[in-house]
Design a protein around this ligand. Structure first.
Ligand SMILES: Cc1cc2nc3c(=O)[nH]c(=O)nc-3n(C[C@H](O)[C@H](O)[C@H](O)COP(=O)(O)OP(=O)(O)OC[C@H]3O[C@@H](n4cnc5c(N)ncnc54)[C@H](O)[C@@H]3O)c2cc1C
Length: 404
């Protein structure tokens, strides 16, 4: 990993990037095999790395200082992510463990003091696990307004009924943030009819049906859950009644930038592995690097990574200045995982059998990038949003300004 200070960034961000890179390159990547193997040695290593990260003040970049996080804001976290993602263990060992991290952010923003004490603090202290339960098997996940899970007020309780799918971390979770329809009146703004409600998993009616296998594995713990007459106190609503859609947008907007910076970090590692291998592997009387097909792979991958990186940084900067980043967020959400798929596909091809084996991290990256084209809104929905926003400008007699 070659990381030098970036001249246009502040000393603070450069210092954080360099110290993050030092831990990822020297403590995490060389020990990936041992950490994945589990057991006492793995536990000891994880603990040592966690302590080093905390000592250096790099723990939990997504959280404010008062909750034990770095408190350096959105841009610092985005720039750290492209380095953390070099290892699939990076984020986790720096205290950013999805989907808990997303729920922590939502609880920080929308939680009452009581909710913070009961759910947020144990989540931060890793005494609890959580999940986010929105997608349903029988309604379009890409159109959350179509969801059918209801929460009906009865006395001082919500009564929840519905069927959810792909609730990640659902089996391990001590509580779930469940997206429910709370308003049943006709008319009115569809986006204001949903509320997120905190549901502990150990109460009657939370029926976990199965873990949905993804790419043949159930390790992701993506659960199908039926909520059958689940009763929780009214104070379990997260934020004001009807604010669920807005809260989900808050969660997903920044999350998409982090996912893209993660994808860029992985593409960067795939590129590094690919270029090194091309200088070592002998085929048909010459090194791979001497073949023009392979030179094309390297050049095209460079362009894919650099385009993805600049688009994502531009988007992060617009968001950091609280500008309107809707088009940029959707653009990176479509472009970056597609570009990631192209880069890792070339790296796999160049590695022959090694590319699809467990001897390189490439196969895992390939599956991750493909999956990302569905999660957090499928490509088509983002493309529609981009076109809609651009066309709106032209209908208003304006044109699109790429400079802002
Ligand atoms: C690994 C993984 C983890 C996930 N984790 C969670 C989680 O923790 N919690 C959670 O709630 N959900 C989770 N999801 C679900 C994810 O958010 C949904 O899959 C996603 O929102 C899409 O919804 P859907 O699958 O119901 O697709 P649908 O809405 O049924 O859409 C199907 C397809 O139709 C196409 N399409 C949709 N709209 C249009 C349109 N207007 N024009 C043209 N084509 C269109 C798209 O290609 C889309 O992929 C996860 C998904 C994956 C893959």
């Amino acid at each position: 990993m070659q990381i030098a200070p970036i001249p246009t960034l502040s000393d603070e961000i450069n210092d954080i990037r360099l110290r993050t890179a030092d831990i990822v390159a020297n403590r995490i990547i060389p020990n990936e095999g041992t950490i994945y193997a589990g057991g006492d040695k793995s536990k000891k290593l994880r603990k040592e790395i966690n302590e080093e990260v905390k000592k250096q003040g790099l723990w939990a970049p997504h959280l404010p200082e008062e909750y034990g996080g770095m408190g350096n804001g959105f841009l610092v976290h985005a720039y750290m992510n492209e380095i953390l993602a070099w290892s699939p263990l990076g984020n986790r060992l720096f205290g950013v463990i999805a989907p808990n991290s997303g729920n922590q952010k939502i609880l920080v923003k929308y939680g009452t003091d009581e909710q913070k004490k009961k759910w947020l603090i144990p989540l931060i202290n890793q005494e609890m696990e959580s999940g986010f339960s929105m997608t349903e098997p029988d309604s379009a996940g890409s159109d959350p307004r179509s969801l059918t899970t209801t929460a009906v007020k009865e006395g001082d309780e919500w009564v929840i009924n519905g069927h959810k799918i792909m609730t990640s971390n659902g089996q391990r979770a001590d509580f779930l943030v469940v997206m429910c329809k709370t308003e049943d009146d006709e008319g009115g703004e569809a986006n204001q009819k949903m509320t997120q409600i905190i549901v502990p998993t150990d109460i009657p009616g939370v029926n976990r049906i199965r873990s949905v296998p993804i790419w043949g594995h159930t390790g992701g713990d993506h659960m199908e859950i039926k909520y059958e007459n689940v009763r929780v106190p009214l104070e379990n609503a997260l934020g004001a009644r009807g604010s669920g859609h807005q809260a989900a947008q808050d969660r997903l907007g920044a999350g998409r930038v982090y996912h893209c910076m993660n994808t860029i970090g992985q593409m960067w590692r795939a590129f590094d592995i690919m270029v090194k291998y091309s200088t070592e592997r002998e085929v048909h009387g010459g090194k791979l690097e001497s073949k023009q097909f392979i030179q094309g792979f390297i050049a095209d991958s460079y362009m894919d990574i650099q385009a993805s990186r600049l688009m994502t940084i531009h988007c992060a900067e617009v968001m950091d200045k609280e500008g309107d980043a809707r088009v940029d967020i959707s653009a990176i959400k479509v472009f970056v995982p597609l570009a990631g798929g192209r880069v890792v596909d070339r790296a796999i091809q160049m590695h022959g059998w090694r590319g699809v084996s467990g001897d390189t991290p490439l196969a895992g990256m390939f599956q991750g990038f493909r999956t990302l084209r569905l999660a957090d809104g499928p490509d088509e929905v983002h493309r529609i949003l981009i076109a809609k926003e651009i066309l709106k400008k032209y209908h208003d007699g304006l044109s699109w300004d790429f400079g802002v």
